[in-house]
Design a protein around this ligand. Structure first.
Ligand SMILES: Cc1cc2nc3c(=O)[nH]c(=O)nc-3n(C[C@H](O)[C@H](O)[C@H](O)COP(=O)(O)O)c2cc1C
Length: 419
C-alpha cells in the first residue's frame, strides 16, 4: 500500500515531500506554520494579505495607524478613490514579513508566499507589481498567484533579477483557466514552475460559481493532465481542496499529481494564526455548519462556518485603514451594500448588512471563519478533553500523518492529559 512519502514533488533540479500547506490569509498560515512545512521537507506558504497589519503585529511598525491618520478626513465620504497605498510602505511591510520568515528557515523544504490578486488595493497593477517584487527582494523561495488570477502578472516582474530563479506558480480551478494563462504568457518564455488545481471543496474563495457542488477535483485533474499532455508540457500539477487523509493524497499522486496542497487540517494546529477560541469553533462544527455564500465583496463564493460573526455585521467600511479590496476606481461591493442599508434605515444607529461583508476588517479580526468543506471532520483528528474542548495538534503531527498514513487512517496525537 503506497503512502505519500513514496512520492516526491520535483521542482527544478530538487525534489520535496509532495505536501504543500496552502496560503491562508490574513496570517492564518503564519510564518511558524510555513516554516514547519519547510523544516519537514515540504513546502509552506505565508500570505501577503493585509501585510501592513501583519507587519504591525509582528514588528511593532505603525503602517495601519499612519494610513488611518492620513485618510481620516475621508471616513464619511462614500468615494474612496483618494485612499491610496504608498508603494514604498507596501514594499517595506512585505519585506519585513518575508525576510524575517526566510531568515528563520531550516531544513530542505521551501517557503512560498500566496498572493491573492483580488486584493486590488485601489491600484491593481502597481500594488501587485510592488508586492511581487518585494517578496522576491525579501528572498522568498516562490510565489503562488491566486484568487482573481491576472493573466499578465508574470509580465509585471519579468525584469526582476529573480524572475527566472524563484519558483512561480498559479492556482486555477479548470484546464481552461490554465490554457488562458499560458497563452497570455507565451511571449515571456517563462512557464509556471507548478500549477495548483483547486477543486470545489477548498477553504477561502472558490474558483467556481454557486454550482460548485457539481464539480469534482479528480475530473478537473484529468482534464488538466490531458491538456498538458496535448501541449507537451511537463509542469507539475498539485491537487488541492478536500484532501483530508494521506490516502486521499495518494489517490491524486497515483493519478499523476506532482503533489497536494492542504490547509484545513492545519487550522487546528498550534502554529496556525487563528485565535484559540476560533480553532475550537472549527473543531465543534458539524456538516450543517459549513456553508458557501456570496458575502465576499470579491464576487467569488466563499466557504465559511454558519456562525461566522462577519455575516450580517453592518460595520462602517474600514477602507481608510485597510482598503485591500478597493478596485481601480475606489469601489468595493460592501460599500454599496452598507450605504444602501444606511439610507434605508436613517434612524438606526447600527445596520444589518446580509448580502456582503467588510472582508478586510473581519478577516483582520479573525471574524470571518472561512474553512474547507471537511472542517466538520476535524474533531475526528484529535481528542476531546474532560472540559469539553478539543486538544490542538502540532503542525508536525498533521504533516507526518499526511506523509506516512495508510488505509485512510488518521493518527491521533498523544493525549495531552497523559503527556
Ligand atoms: C482558513 C483558510 C483560509 C484560506 N485562505 C486562502 C487564501 O488567503 N488564499 C488562497 O489562495 N487560498 C486560501 N485558502 C485555500 C487553501 O490555501 C487551500 O488551497 C485549500 O483550502 C486546500 O483544501 P483543504 O483546506 O480542504 O485542505 C484558505 C483555506 C482555508 C482553510
Amino acid at each position: 500500500m503506497k503512502r505519500v512519502d513514496d512520492f516526491r514533488l520535483k521542482l527544478g533540479d530538487r525534489d520535496y515531500v509532495p505536501i504543500m500547506i496552502g496560503g491562508m490569509g490574513v496570517d492564518i498560515s503564519t510564518s511558524e506554520l510555513a516554516l514547519e512545512a519547510a523544516r519537514l521537507g515540504g513546502i509552506g506558504h505565508i500570505s501577503d494579505a493585509m501585510v501592513h497589519d501583519v507587519s504591525d503585529r509582528k514588528f511593532d511598525t505603525t503602517f495601519v495607524k499612519d494610513k488611518t491618520r492620513t485618510y481620516k478626513f475621508n471616513i464619511n465620504n462614500l468615494n474612496k478613490a483618494v485612499v491610496q497605498f504608498d508603494m514604498d510602505r507596501l514594499a517595506e511591510a512585505t519585506i519585513n514579513h518575508v525576510r524575517s520568515t526566510m531568515e528563520a528557515k531550516r531544513g530542505d523544504g521551501l517557503v512560498f508566499v500566496n498572493c491573492m490578486e483580488k486584493l486590488t488595493m485601489n491600484a491593481p497593477r502597481e500594488t501587485l507589481r510592488t508586492r511581487l517584487s518585494a517578496a522576491l527582494d525579501g528572498g522568498i523561495d516562490g510565489i503562488t498567484l491566486s484568487a482573481g488570477l491576472h493573466l499578465g502578472s508574470f509580465g509585471l516582474i519579468a525584469d526582476h533579477p529573480r524572475f527566472r530563479d524563484a519558483k512561480l506558480g498559479i492556482i486555477v480551478s479548470s484546464a481552461r483557466a490554465l490554457q488562458l494563462f499560458l497563452r497570455k504568457n507565451a511571449r515571456l518564455d517563462r512557464l509556471p514552475d507548478y500549477v495548483i488545481v483547486e477543486g470545489p471543496l477548498a477553504g477561502g474563495h472558490l474558483g467556481f460559481g454557486m454550482d460548485w457542488a457539481e464539480y469534482d477535483l479528480h475530473t478537473i485533474m484529468d482534464e488538466v493532465h490531458a491538456f498538458l499532455r496535448a501541449e507537451q508540457l511537463a509542469i507539475p500539477v498539485v491537487a488541492a481542496g478536500g484532501i483530508f487523509t494521506g490516502t486521499d493524497a495518494v489517490g491524486f499522486l497515483e493519478q499523476g499529481a506532482g503533489g497536494v496542497q492542504v490547509a484545513t487540517r492545519f487550522t487546528i494546529t498550534h502554529e496556525c494564526g487563528l485565535p484559540v477560541d476560533v480553532k475550537q469553533e472549527y473543531l465543534k462544527a458539524t456538516e450543517d455548519d459549513i456553508i458557501v455564500n456570496g458575502i465576499s465583496p470579491t464576487g467569488y463564493p466563499m466557504r465559511m462556518l454558519r456562525n461566522t460573526p462577519a455575516i450580517g455585521s453592518g460595520i462602517r467600511p474600514g477602507c481608510e485603514s485597510y482598503g485591500y479590496l478597493l478596485d481601480a476606481n475606489g469601489n468595493c461591493a460592501y460599500i454599496d451594500a452598507y450605504n444602501r442599508e444606511v439610507l434605508a434605515h436613517p434612524d438606526q444607529k447600527t445596520v444589518v448588512v446580509m448580502d456582503k461583508t467588510c472582508l478586510c476588517t473581519h478577516m483582520r479580526n479573525f471574524n470571518c471563519w472561512t474553512c474547507g468543506h471537511y472542517t466538520y471532520r476535524l474533531k475526528d483528528t484529535t481528542h476531546r478533553k474532560a472540559d469539553g474542548t478539543y486538544q490542538l495538534l502540532s503542525a508536525e503531527h498533521v504533516f507526518k500523518d499526511y506523509q506516512f498514513s495508510v488505509g485512510n487512517q488518521i493518527a491521533l496525537p498523544p493525549r495531552e492529559e497523559q503527556a
